[in-house]
Ligand binder design. Structure first.
Ligand SMILES: [Zn+2]
Length: 155
């Protein structure tokens, strides 16, 4: 399939999602031009705020390929990934991102991914969402156990 055909499939999934009660987002993960997994936004369907099209499609692709590493795969998503999905794409080691609508288009219909991108650029104390450091001296001991563990699966 061509890049345009693959993106059209992602867009088609986003349109199906709108018809089926989900958010207007769709994605496909592709390896060597072949679709490995398809997904769409299921936030309101599953009451899962992390069920974005990209995250859902990453989960399906990893299950199908029985791996946590999607090196060699690419994602086609109907909209520029939000910061959560961008992070998931990095963690999944996908090779490349293709997107159609961008974050400004998303903000224009009430999905303010752009706001979160702006928050990330700020130091934690200037963000709208407060955070507080607590019990680091206790939690760090687990990191030390991880470092010392010789039979761990690194990712
Ligand atoms: Zn997202």
């Amino acid at each position: 399939m061509t890049k345009e055909e693959l993106m059209r499939r992602a867009i088609e999934l986003s349109a199906d999602s709108v018809r089926n009660g989900g958010g207007p987002f769709g994605a496909v993960i592709v390896r060597n031009g072949e679709i490995i997994a398809e997904g769409s936004n299921g936030v309101t369907i599953y009451n899962d705020p992390t069920a974005h099209a990209e995250v859902s499609t990453i989960r399906k692709a990893c299950q199908k390929l029985n791996t946590f590493d999607l090196t060699g795969c690419e994602i086609y998503t109907s909209c520029e990934p939000c910061p959560m999905c961008l992070g998931a794409i990095y963690w999944a080691h996908l090779d490349k991102i293709y997107y159609a609508n961008d974050r400004k288009d998303a903000a224009g219909i009430g999905f303010d991914d752009d706001f979160i991108y702006q928050e990330i650029e700020l130091k934690p104390q200037y963000r709208k969402k407060p955070s507080e450091i607590l019990l680091r001296n206790e939690a760090i001991k687990v990191f030390e156990q991880w470092t010392a563990k010789t039979d761990k699966t690194e990712y």
